[in-house]
Design a binder for this molecule. Structure first.
Ligand code: 13P
Length: 253
């Protein structure tokens, strides 16, 4: 049985005071939760002060991005080892906002996935189709391409540590959540890709999160599906009660 992972992607939101207050509130309210894994991914600049608050608690820490190279002349970038240095366990890579707004390719994301694994981080690797791609019937092709590209050269042992986040782009920040059946169909397809490439033993342990308009009211139905192993939450991770509502809704699953 895979342990659910509920992760908050704070994106480019909040200022330091509210980020710290959110972390403090979550730490207090989540203190008794042992059934699921919890993580928060603040903006990079706030990873350290937020990390100081959740350090030693059951709220894990992640970043939203980092670069693949070792320390050097890369103005504006962060090395994976800098994230572990300040207590991160996770790093989100290949989020659709980075693929589509910042123009990141699966090949580029792959370099980061491999660097994250080498640094001992758990990469949360996002894949997902655009609405037009779904309408054109190429959902599986898109997700296969992103999966193949992003995990190229990743060994079976490394793959077991990875988390995949299926985030249909049309469901992100739109309130237009995928139905549990729509999501499960792609999750099962992605798990099939892991079986093809790495075998069933690996596929059985890899967690595949769903992301896209997850809220307390729809989380249980989505995460009850056999191949949905958690949620990557945007908007509803920005308030203690909203995020805790999701955790409370699924902790007994
Ligand atoms: P929303 O939950 O705001 O739709 O965002 C999802 C997401 O992109 C998480 O990474």
């Amino acid at each position: 049985m895979r342990r659910l992972l509920i992760a908050g992607n704070w994106k480019m939101n909040m200022k330091l005071d509210s980020a710290k207050a959110l972390a403090q509130g979550l730490k207090e309210k989540a203190a008794g939760v042992s059934e699921v894994d919890i993580a928060i991914c603040p903006p990079s600049l706030y990873v350290q002060p937020v990390g100081a608050i959740v350090n030693g608690s059951n709220v894990g820490l992640g970043a939203q991005n980092a670069y693949f190279a070792k320390a050097g002349a890369f103005t504006g970038e962060l090395e994976m080892a800098m994230l572990t240095d300040v207590g991160c366990q996770y790093v989100i890579l290949g989020h659709s906002e980075r693929r589509h707004i910042l123009g990141e390719s699966s090949e580029f994301i792959n370099l980061k996935v491999r660097a994250a694994l080498k640094a001992g981080l758990i990469p949360i690797v996002c894949v997902g189709e655009l609405e037009a791609e779904r309408d054109n019937g190429v959902t599986n092709d898109v997700n296969r391409r992103q999966f193949d590209g992003s995990f190229s050269g990743v060994s079976a042992e490394e793959m077991k540590k990875c988390v995949i986040a299926y985030e249909p782009v049309w469901a992100i920040g739109t309130g237009k959540v995928a139905t549990p059946d729509q999501a499960e169909e792609v999750h099962a397809f992605l798990r099939g890709l892991i079986v093809e490439k790495y075998g069933k033993e690996v596929a059985d342990v890899v967690r595949i999160q769903y992301g896209g308009s997850v809220k307390a009211g729809n989380a249980k139905e989505l995460l009850s599906k056999p191949d949905i192993d958690g949620a990557l939450v945007g908007g509803a991770s920005l308030k203690v009660d909203d995020f805790m509502g999701i955790i409370e809704a699924v902790r007994a699953l």
